[in-house]
Design a binder for this molecule. Sequence first.
Ligand code: MG
Length: 430
Amino acid sequence: MFSKFGSSGIRGVANTEITPQLALNFGLAVGSVYREVVIGHDPRIAGEMIEHAVISGLLSAGCKVLRAGMVPTPTLALTSKVHGCGIMITASHNPARYIGMKVFKDGMSLDTGQQEEIEDLLENEKFTRADWEETGHLDVFGTAIKEHSEIILKNTGSSDLKVVVDCGCGAASVITPYILREMGCVVITLNSQPDGHFPGRQPEPIDENLKLLKSTVKAAGADLGIAHDGDADRMMAVDDQGRFVSGDKMLAFFAVREARKAIAVPVDTSRVVDDMLNGIKISRTKVGDVYVAETLKKIKGEFGGEPSGAWIFPKISLCPDGIYAAAKLVEIVEHEGRFSRLLGSIPEYPVKRGAFPCQDRKKAMTIIAERLERLGEMDTLDGIRVDIDDGWILVRPSGTEPKIRITVESQDRCEELYEKAEEIVKGAIA
Ligand code: MG
């Protein structure tokens, strides 16, 4: 049975890989560990089907269940600070046919140990079923959005900027435009009607999916544009010139303003962050926002982020919060001036990325390691990273697909280093 937790919970195609039967067992497994659970879903078509099955499992285990309805992931995560555990039914930025389940505790995604506990119960069907008279209760939890909004508004100032918000027909539709209006912004919305078919654009907030946002920011003469993924834990931005802001730049933009002593970023993050944050301890983690959150908790850092658009502000929670990030960005631009000018002070180093199909990733990585070792000192935190004087090469097996990925960053020799890495990878998978 498909039941492996990835770094983002369980995810797959709705009703083939992720079935109500699996969801029922998942509910039983989580309910065997936690006594009270808040459950929510994004607008995906299969969301309610899976939610009902998970709820049945939770109730069967004797759990108290609170239904938050359609909410963003960071909104749901926040409720787990008070209510023991949160389950979000979402497939984040994946295409519409996908669905998944992600568990939160104390405002953050389950750590590796907690995930393994649920996974073991699920795989071995070691469920605790309640006696007939002790099966659980179901209640409505109608204040999740209000509570999240209040926390965000308390931590940001007012603004009269003109902002275009593209919610991608995802869960952000029910919160981000309202919060920005509450702050005083003039808000123009795009794709802000929740729709599980995602008719406006693909849910991933990457440059190629945001043509409408870019052109609208320009046409409306707006100060900036905001884009979310399907469940709004991610946020990406467009500047006042209608240009997409890269993830590395956005990360540095937040990091220089939030960092006091320590931050956490994944191993594929640009050296721009190191060059801009003198005196700040920068911990590198495996790729995946869960690992960034785990490290942040350990080092008690003030900020963590992933260039994919996941920004973690521990003073709110250890779940990436695209909605708070949007409000925070608006506040910064309100106080510091034109977004494009602020971005102009952040350097951008040439980066090249590629992916190569590979069935036996383990074998290939052994060969790759032998060859990369000759280039410089190796770091094996996640895949293999080799730091060279004027840049670095990262070769890592994909966690979700049969592929090996290359990332290269270098001021002057990006192309040359990439070719070298490509030759090594191709030689190892031949
Ligand atoms: Mg997401």
